[in-house]
Design a protein around this ligand. Sequence first.
Ligand code: SAH
Length: 407
Amino acid sequence: MITSALHSATEPSSTQPRVFLQAGRDRRVVQGHPWVYSNEIRMDPETKALPAGTVATLHRVDGKALGVGTFNPHALIAFRIFDRDSTVRLDEPFFLGRLRRALTLRDRLFEKPFYRLVHAEADGLPGMIADRFGDVVVLQMNTAGMDSLAPTVLAALHELFSPADIVFRNDARARAQEGLADTDMDSDAGESRPVGVEEGGRTFAADLASGQKTGWYYDQRDSRALVAPLARGGRMLDAYCYAGGFGISAACEGASDVVCIDSSQSALDLARKAADANGVGGICTFTKAVAFSELERLGKTGERFRVVVADPPAFVKSRKDLNAGLRGYRKLTRLAAALVEPGGFLFVASCSHNVTSEAFSGEVAKGMAATERSGRIVRAGGPGLDHPVHPHLPETAYLKTLLLQVD
Ligand code: SAH
């Protein structure tokens, strides 16, 4: 087209709003970091008035273009860079390219189409999470930018592999930080959308509409594969079991019996369904209980297990909960380690963004000491391969896991 020749190769389209960094604030961005904080941006009245989620180009004070992305004047992370080439349009072909790259990686890693397909910035799609369950995709659009781009992303997803269904499970906490309403399935409240999840050669039951998060914790896939065989021939306790990922895997791997604990009845119903579907219902029990009290009670009755898994929800949801949350991991370890038979294993996890792996290991060590059990860390791990991390955002590697042998 003739008009395209009017734009020089580096000049973005004039229709796109321009957002400027403050003087001297470009270093981190130039080095490859994908975020700009609101205090690094020249918030003149015009910029401040841009609607949350506006697609814009980012510029140095002298006008040099640094990239294209989405802007939210009301969020702490105000600008998220999608591409370093500011002439790139965030249109359907762009998203198709990013989604195809994410899909190609997962196709190389996994035989079956059950995985996290998109892990936000690491997959070049800031603010977006997509989990795939066969031909159904569950989406979380957690920033104003991604929220406004959702129709284009959906069109690209359909073009990529025509999912039979796309379910939105927007994360209320993340959206609140962006000033977005919680649209988490309001229209579908109480609905159920059961689906089978294939992992490690087994089928589990998830509910995409009313289950937790996107319906399944793909992040613990590798940990389940690591831990399940360790219970062979012995008893296994799966605390915070959700849909039974750890416990049912252990039962299938030859544990003599498995006790699953969760405070949610609907989670336990999913776990029971999976146990029956895999032919291990007879050796699994499901207890609806608050984990701390139940662990304490089991300790008093003298029950012991070859493997104890404690995979709780985030204890530290925001920085102000840090101290209480850290004490929580210590107490959890103390109660759980006491239930491990000598020579057995304890697996503990923290999915709290605000807890570093050092802090987590420190609390686990104190918890072991408090129950007068010694042991050794045989594996310090994290999420599976479908949860990549942007090289400049190591802090988004939220999941920390420790497998200990207990004397
Ligand atoms: N281990 C699971 C994921 C656990 S998610 C897996 O592999 O898929 C955390 C679980 O803890 C949720 O199912 C939630 O219902 C449960 N939960 C939250 N608070 C709890 C409490 N106080 N006691 C017991 N379970 C709790």
